[in-house]
Design a protein around this ligand. Structure first.
Ligand code: ADP
Length: 263
């Protein structure tokens, strides 16, 4: 928008009625994007107006996971986000030619995020979810600057190593004065025929992150839920058919719908 005054971010206004959740993780591969996708779809399924900003520059995957079938369009100088499963979606991947890898630098990212928030026609939203890149990088700081009211959801696996990096990612919110809503543990166990739980990635990571963030912040940060390993969750993400719709009564579907209900 060269030369023009910057448009305001509607979600940053003090009277905004949109709840903004930034989904963070310490490292990649813990299921942050699949969790974001499924929470968005579950919330839309409850009748809420939901948008997702996929700001995971290293692994933008939300459009495929949620089943976006057409690109954004432009009306006047606004970007109209495509909609899938009742959710409006905008992704860095929609603006990268031919999925080529891009070296994103801090200021570029900040501008892109600003544009996703200010120049996309979101309409009235009840909930906006932001899928952040893993780690404690520039994007978290940008989110804090652009959306001071954004609340943080931390995703981790049960593993000790994952828990430690997730804790670091979460604790950045103390510097930015953002509220941490809670911790979501993913890949918690695999339910075997007969009902025993095989804890493939160990146990206790989610509760450990919640406990240590509670100590850091000085208020109680809850463990919001545990999502089991579930092949239908992986399939749903691969096929653009999120598990909360394709297999809502399976292990992951039940857990994800429960977490969405509690938000
Ligand atoms: P991240 O965004 O943290 O990098 P993804 O959401 O891309 O992680 O998940 C990594 C892979 O693991 C994906 O193929 C996804 O479908 C799969 N996955 C995530 N959570 C589960 C789960 N609970 N059960 C089975 N597969 C899962």
């Amino acid at each position: 928008r060269g030369g023009q005054a910057e448009r305001e971010i509607p979600f940053a206004k003090p009277n905004s009625l949109t709840r903004v959740y930034a989904v963070a993780s310490g490292k990649g591969g813990v299921g942050k994007s699949s969790v974001t996708t499924n929470l968005a779809v579950a919330l839309a399924d409850q009748g809420l107006r939901v948008g997702v900003v996929d700001a995971d520059i290293y692994g933008f995957s939300i459009p495929r996971m949620i089943g976006v079938e057409y690109p954004p369009t432009q009306v006047d100088d606004m970007i109209m986000p495509p909609e899938a499963k009742g959710v409006k979606v905008i992704s860095v991947g929609m603006f990268v030619p031919g999925n080529s890898p891009v070296v994103w630098r801090g200021p570029m990212l900040h501008r892109a995020l600003n544009q996703f928030l200010a120049d996309v026609f979101w309409g009235d939203l009840d909930v906006l979810l932001l899928d952040l890149p893993p780690g404690t990088g520039d994007v978290a700081i940008s989110v804090a600057q652009l959306l001071p009211g954004a609340e943080i959801l931390v995703v981790t696996t049960p593993q000790q190593a994952a828990a430690e990096v997730a804790e670091r990612a979460g604790s950045i919110s103390t510097q930015t004065h953002q509220r941490i809503v809670g911790v979501i543990e993913n890949m918690s166990w695999l339910e075997l025929p007969g009902g025993t739980r095989q804890e493939i990635f160990g146990s206790g990571g989610g509760q450990a992150v919640a406990d240590s963030l509670s100590r850091i912040v000085g208020t109680d940060i809850p463990l919001l839920g545990q999502i089991p390993l579930d092949v239908t969750m992986r399939e749903g993400s691969d096929n653009g058919d999120p598990v909360v719709l394709s297999n809502p009564d399976g292990p992951a579907g039940v857990a994800l719908r429960g977490i969405a209900k509690g938000l």
